[in-house]
Every structure is written in C-alpha cells, then in structure tokens.
Design a protein around this ligand. Structure first.
Ligand code: NOJ
Length: 584
C-alpha cells in the first residue's frame, strides 16, 4: 500500500470516527435533498487555473464557490479529478482513490470539500465503473496474468492472422471513439475490449471481484464526505456473453468505422447491468443507514429512453435516483415548435416510473453548448424552462453566462473523439468546443489562468461575454439565471402544481403554482417572429394581470412591468416569466 493511500485510509477512519462521535445526523441530513436541487457540473480542467499551467485545478474550483453560491447552485458535480494519464481527460483512471497532481493534492480536495460544505452546498463526483486506464495497476497485473487480476478485464483470443499479418479481433465491435473495440496485447497474446479509447480497457463485471473493487471505491469516497455520485456510461457496463457480431445500421451519414455504423445490441443495455447498478445502490444505502445522511446516485442515460428509464429501478429495487434526461439536448432544435417542445418534456414525464423524480439537462461536456445549438436568445428561453420545470435542474459550467461553443482548430484539438475522427470529420465529433475555459472577466485569457497559455483556446467573445460584465449589467444571462434559481427556492417551484399547454403553433407555456403563494407563468416563443399569446384562455386560474419576473434580452418589458395575461407579447425565440397570485 502506498504512503498516500495509507494516509488517506487513516484520514478516512478518523473522519468516520469524528462523524460518529460528534455529529449525530440532523433532521436535515436525513432528508432527501436532491429532488429540488440545482446541480452544477464542473469540468475541472476548465473552470479556473490557479497555478498558471493552463489547466483548471481544485484550488480554482474552491475559489469559484462564491460564484456558485451567488448563482444559486445547491450541488456541485465534479467530472473526474482522479489520478489519470488524461487520455480521455480524467475518464481514464489509473487510481480511483487518489487525486491527479494536475488538479492538486489530497489536501486541496479536503479544503474544497470543507469550503463546499461551509457554503451550504453538496459535492458529488463522477464514478467511472466501465473501464480503467491502461496504466491502472489492475490492468498491468492482468496483462501479466497475476491473480486475482487475470480476469479483471475482457480478454479474448485472436481469430487468427489475416493476409497482412495482423491479428484478427474476436468480432466486429466498434468503439464509441471510432475503430475496433479490440486491441491486441503482444505480451498477453490476447485482445482486450475497450469501448472508448485504446487506453480505457473495459472491466469484466461478470467477475464478482471487480464488483467488489468498485463498491470499495464508492465506500472510500462516501467515507471521505461525498454527497453522491454520477455513474459514467452505465449502458456499457456489461456485454453479451456470446460476443457475436453486431448488426450494421446502414446509416449513409455515418463515416467508416464510427460507432454509428453498428446497432449496439450486444455491447449496450444488457439486462445484467441493472444488477450491477443495484450493487452500487446498496453501498450507498448501507452508508445512509450508518451515517443517517442522504446521498444521491445519478447516472448518464443510455442510448434510448426505454433502457434509460430502467436505471430508475422500481420502488422495491430502486437503482439510480435519476438517470440524466438529455432530451432537451437531442430533441430540441431549430425546427422545434410549441408542440414538439411540449413533446420533449412529456417524453420524460410520460416514460418515467411513477415513483421517480424528473430532471432536466441542457448541456454537458460531451455535447455542443446549449447556445451553439439553440442560438443566443432561445438558449436563455430554454433555461427558463429547464430551471422552472418540476424536478432537478442540471447546469453545465458556463451556461449561467450563456457561453458559446469555441472554434478549436485541428491542430489545437485535444479530445480523443475528435483526434480519432481525423481532420476531415473532427469538427463533427470533437468535444473540445464545449470544454473551453470559463470566462471570468475581460483580462487576458478571460481571467481563467494566471499563466500565459490555456489547454484549449479561450473564446474570442470573452471581452464582452464574461461573468464580471454580466454581474455589473442591469440585465444579463447571469441575472436571468439568478432570478430563476431564486424562484426554484420558492414553494411554487419546489412543490407547486405543474400544468403545461401549447398556446399556439409557437407559444408553449406552463405554470408552477401553490396558492396562495406567488406563482409563476413561463412562456416561450419557438418561432422566428414576434408573437402574442392569451394565457388566460388556457389556464383558467390565472388572474387578469401578472408582473414580469424575468425575460430574455429582446423582450421589451422591464422587470416589474404589469402585463395583461390575455395579450402577452413575446419576441422571436424569446422567453418570459411572469409572477402572479392565482385565483383560488
Ligand atoms: C461518458 C463521459 O461523459 C465521456 O466524457 C467519456 O469520454 C466517456 N463516458 C468514457 O468514460
């Protein structure tokens, strides 16, 4: 055992002891805190760099906590900060129980956890069960067939040697990052499976020892104060036991050897996956029982809504508290009208099990930014929807100031998914444009770093699009965001009734109300020209007039204006939130 590991184990033991001796669970700790939470995803490389190396770090996250408090966030979700060779920027983990030096030290992590708690926020981290780094000691020992690691990964024999003298892989499976999912290992004389980069070998979850290892990882971080986890790539955890070829999609738009070439019927969403998620869930529940603290366990979705919903589990066997709902990301585009917007919302609500809580995601580190997909005004209108619908709302760093995608040239490309696609296709596949440095102010490098370089370029728009400017402005995306997170803390949004309606071809609206409290009417215009709506015709409980609570920049209203609810004017692609007292 390394000294660092021994030290962290001792710290964990002391932490647990202190927890038992000095802090009996309070009522608040015992409550489920996440069903109305506003989550914020931090991509650690890109929030703030304090040591001048151009890469964000833990101290930078700690320094950012006042901003997150001011933004009205409840819970910080960290993308991976574990030790990693960074082939997939932290999603390739070489030690699940230590911090990568590029992000800082164990002490930096403890300080972050302390500051987060002191600010009244929660801290959740990514857990990546499907694979490790090829530099993880389990993999190195597995190559050497050192027990018990020999069968920790998916190893398969070659099917022979082709006419070029190359080993033939066991089947046609294609990695999510393009190319065969199989890599020949000369030393072990076998292929190993990797569903992502070559440097991310897949663990074998048919081996009970692997399940136990991952459960220990969860225990370790719970004991070190984590409020929960986001489970990475759950759909990929188990593969079909027969290792058959996957059928082609015959998609004419899919480039050769890309993931979209195959229907992933043997590599994704196998029924045994749910048993593994149940194992993870039990660790969290055991910890909740002994500590009296409520934790959250959420996951990425998988590639279809039906399988994604199975991640919720059942009341008898709950699995994830919620899988992320990315329908906003995939289903809403520039063709969306009021009824298809409502459809994207209903898709989740109607498919969700009765015991479940909804959640709304507008962007993440794997998809182009909300603003790049929807345009400047509509991105803000959709954030009104995202933050005021019932359930959990998840904000990707930078969305609170409406950051845009950044152009990253082929030469500057870092993301393996972009690099593997080659210069012709990299722009379609690279995730770099949504991962560029947070824009703090108009200083060099947008105030992101104290150094003179950044790992990805800063968006050129930072001189005008930055947090400092938006805090100073009377109206700005950040000010809208603050109003929305403040509304989330009211009873009307936390627990009030929800009714949503299509008012016209382009106007979608919903109400959140808890009579006699102040309630909210949210209206969005999906169309490209100004439109007028009669909200009273669809919502009988609305009074004659309400007050403008917040609105997108092109709206002519001022906050506080009194508006007749039978003739509300919305700008093209705009959104408006009106507060009102419901008729009872
Ligand atoms: C999903 C993560 O969100 C993505 O960023 C990562 O590359 C893959 N899983 C592999 O871990």
């Amino acid at each position: 055992m390394s000294n660092a590991r021994r030290q962290t184990d001792m710290r964990s033991a002391l932490f647990l002891l202190a927890l038992c001796l000095f802090s009996p669970p309070t009522e608040a700790q015992n409550e489920e805190w996440w069903p109305t939470a506003t989550l914020y995803q931090v991509y650690p490389r890109s929030l703030k760099d304090t040591n001048g190396d151009g890469v964000g770090d833990i101290k930078g996250i700690t320094e950012s906590i006042p901003h997150l408090v001011e933004a009205g966030i409840d819970c910080v979700w960290l993308s991976p900060i574990y030790k990693s060779p960074m082939k997939d920027f932290g999603y390739d983990i070489s030690d699940f129980m230590s911090i990568d030096p590029i992000f800082g030290t164990w002490e930096d992590f403890l300080e972050l956890a302390r500051v987060v708690k002191e600010a009244g926020l929660r801290l959740v981290m990514d857990i990546v069960p499907n694979h490790t780094s090829d530099e993880h000691e389990w993999f190195i020992k597995s190559i050497n067939r050192e027990d018990p690691y020999t069968d920790y990964y998916i190893w398969k024999d070659s099917l022979g040697i082709d006419e070029n003298g190359t080993q033939i892989p066991p089947n046609n499976w294609i990695s999510a990052f393009a190319g065969s999912s199989w890599e020949w290992n000369e030393q072990r004389q076998q292929f190993y499976l990797h569903q992502f980069t070559v440097a991310q070998p897949d663990l074998d979850y048919r081996n009970p020892l692997v399940i136990e290892e991952m459960k220990n990882v969860l225990r370790f971080w719970l004991e070190n104060g984590m409020d929960g986890f986001r489970v990475d790539a759950p759909g990929h955890i188990v593969e079909h036991i027969d290792f058959l070829d996957e059928p082609p999609t015959n998609d004419p738009n899919c480039p050769p050897m890309q993931f979209c070439q195959l229907q992933h019927i043997y590599t994704m969403n196998q029924p045994e996956t749910l048993d593994i998620l149940w194992e993870f869930r039990q660790v969290v529940e055991e910890y909740e029982l002994t500590s009296g603290e409520k934790k959250v366990i959420m996951s990425e979705p998988t590639n279809n809504i039906v399988d994604t919903m199975t991640f919720y589990g059942t009341p008898e066997r709950p699995l994830m508290d919620f899988p992320f709902n990315v329908n906003f990301v995939f289903d809403i585009n520039n063709q969306t009208n009021a009824s298809t917007l409502k459809g994207a919302i209903d898709k989740w609500i109607d498919n969700m099990p009765a015991h479940a809580t909804a959640n709304w995601v507008m962007g993440n580190h794997d998809q182009p930014r909300n603003r790049a997909r929807q345009g400047e005004e509509f991105a803000m209108a959709l954030s009104m929807v995202n933050l005021l619908l019932p359930g959990i709302s998840i904000t990707y760093y930078g969305e609170e100031i409406n950051m845009d995608n950044t152009f990253v040239s082929w030469e500057q490309t870092q993301d393996p998914q972009g690099c593997n696609a080659g210069p012709e296709y990299y722009q379609r596949f690279s995730r770099d444009p949504e991962r560029t440095p947070f824009q703090w102010n108009d200083q060099p490098f947008a105030g992101f770093t104290t150094g003179n370089t950044t790992w990805l370029p800063v968006n050129e728009n930072y001189l005008t699009l930055n947090l400092e400017a938006q805090r100073a402005a009377e109206r700005s995306p950040f000010k809208i965001f603050q109003k929305l997170t403040a509304a989330r803390k009211t009873d009307s949004v936390k627990s009030g009734a929800f009714d949503h309606q299509v008012l016209s071809e382009h106007i979608f609206a919903f109400v959140r109300e808890e009579p006699p409290s102040l309630s909210y009417l949210v209206l969005v215009n999906t169309g490209y020209s100004e439109a007028q709506a009669n909200a009273r015709a669809s919502f009988a409980q609305l009074p004659d007039a309400g007050i403008v609570y917040t609105n997108t920049p092109s709206s002519n209203f001022q906050i506080g204006d009194v508006v007749g609810l039978d003739a509300i004017v919305l700008p093209a692609r705009g959104g408006l939130v009106i507060s009102y007292l419901p008729l009872v």
